[in-house]
Design a protein around this ligand. Structure first.
Ligand code: ADP
Ligand code: ASP
Ligand code: MG
Length: 422
């Protein structure tokens, strides 16, 4: 008998019909003798609708009320899914994050899980023969207030629960049948990857591969939770396994570069402070102030200086731009800069794989490929297993496709291999 945590995302539970489909799958697993914990997201685009609703009554809603509102999306789906399971004659019980003791820090809308204290209750429900359905994306802070874990946070709920209950594995079901060499929506020749290490998946997620939330992969890596990314709609597909040390099919034991995929991210903006003095302490002043505001800064670039002045650019999540614009202009004025430019029409395109740092030719090939495709690169950053470039948002798909081909990732089956079902 296995103990399985299965998480179903918004598209998997978008309608009553789809909820019934998920319920049947859970019941089949349960009837095969497994203990089943199911984590669900809000139905369809409900979280987006709730966000729009909030902003239609207040342009700047308080974070506490936002979490109060957003958490309702998942509360609807857990109750309806539990009812659908019961309709199939199997006992089921639904819980909110608070009811299973998912304790978070204080940061509303982006809370971090600090502990899970409700595992006994969950085990008791399972031992009594229930399928247990838990609301993803939410928790409760020490003060007893409802919090949410950031967009895509149900993945993290699932992995955290899998770790806490000692599940055999954590299945993440979505509209795609695993992790692909690039987002199949923009790269038709992408192919499914059988196995990935946590490190490779961390880089893909960190650079925009939204199929798994970054924090879920971090959590899985920390506690050794094996993730199985699968499709809700294509039950026969094998999906992708993410674990510590994947068995490679290749037994050449070569030291070469292994490219795992191309990731893209359209959710960041580029902020440039123009003509700031090029002297010691300026970068420290800028990024200390931004750090104090909790701003997540990604790629940073400083141009060569002319006449003692330079431009400093950085990327940051688009969602933060409105909230930091005033402060960035203030900092720029204080340090004697000329002004601030904000570009929200950018894409980060990253090549992810092991062994890059030791093979300088990889970066050269990446830049040559983009140049041949007439795509201008405005920023570059490298790490041992990733090279990221920033390009114009309109060039994103073209850049991903060109790199996918250049690095030999194209599927031989061409478009037949693409399996995203909406
Ligand atoms: P859910 O709502 O079920 O959590 P998501 O929309 O968060 O599902 O994740 C699935 C989507 O992730 C896919 O539809 C696909 O467009 C996107 N995606 C981005 N990068 C990748 C990738 N490398 N492999 C597979 N899917 C990807
Ligand atoms: N419903 C939340 C969101 O849309 C959480 C999730 O789906 O994982 O971001
Ligand atoms: Mg998701």
């Amino acid at each position: 008998m296995a103990l399985v945590v299965a998480k179903f995302g918004g598209s998997s539970v978008a309608t009553a019909e789809r909820i019934k489909n998920v319920a049947s799958r859970l019941v089949r697993r349960h009837n095969a003798g497994n203990q089943v914990v199911c984590v669900v997201s809000a139905m369809g685009d409900n979280t987006d609708h709730l966000l729009d609703l909030a902003h239609s009554v207040n342009p700047n809603p308080s974070a506490r009320e936002m979490d109060m509102l957003l958490s309702t999306g998942e509360q609807v789906s857990v109750a309806v899914l539990a009812m659908a399971v019961q309709a199939l004659g199997v006992p089921a019980v639904s819980h909110t994050g608070a009811q299973v003791g998912i304790v978070t820090d204080e940061s509303y809308t982006a809370a971090k899980i600090g502990a899970i204290v409700g595992v006994e209750r969950l085990r008791k429900d399972l031992d009594e023969g229930n399928i247990v359905v838990v609301a993803g994306f939410q928790g409760i802070n020490e003060a007893g207030e409802i919090t949410t874990l950031g967009r895509g946070g149900s993945d993290t709920t699932a992995v955290a629960l899998a770790a806490a209950v000692g599940a055999d594995y954590c299945e993440i079901y979505s509209d795609v049948d695993g992790v692909y060499t690039a987002d199949p929506r923009i790269c038709p020749k992408a192919h499914r990857i059988e196995r990935l290490s946590y490190d490779e998946m961390l880089e893909l997620s960190a650079n925009g591969a939204g199929v798994l939330q970054l924090r879920a992969v971090e959590f899985a890596s920390k506690y050794g939770v094996v993730i199985h990314a699968r499709s809700t709609f294509l039950p026969d597909s094998k999906g992708t396994i993410i674990e510590e040390a994947p068995d490679r099919m290749d037994t050449n034991y070569s030291e070469g570069v292994v490219i795992s995929g191309i990731a893209h991210d359209l959710s960041e903006a580029k902020i440039t402070m123009r003509h700031v003095p090029d002297r010691s302490g300026i970068a420290a002043t800028i990024f200390t102030r931004l750090g104090e505001m909790g701003v997540n800064v990604d790629i940073i670039i400083q141009d060569v200086s002319h006449d003692g002045l330079t431009d400093i650019s950085f990327t940051t999540p688009m969602d933060d731009v409105e909230h930091i614009t005033g402060t960035v202009s203030e900092i720029c004025r204080e340090i004697g800069g000329e002004g601030v430019e904000i570009n929200t029409h950018i894409a980060k395109v990253s090549l992810v794989g092991a062994g890059m740092k030791s093979y300088p030719g990889v970066a050269a090939k990446m830049f040559r490929t983009l140049a041949d495709a007439k795509i201008n690169i405005s920023m570059i950053s490298t790490s041992p297993i990733c090279i990221s470039t920033v390009v114009d948002a309109d060039e994103c798909a073209h850049a991903v496709q060109a790199l996918h081909t250049a690095f030999g990732l194209d599927s031989e089956e061409e478009e037949n291999n693409v399996k995203v079902v909406r």
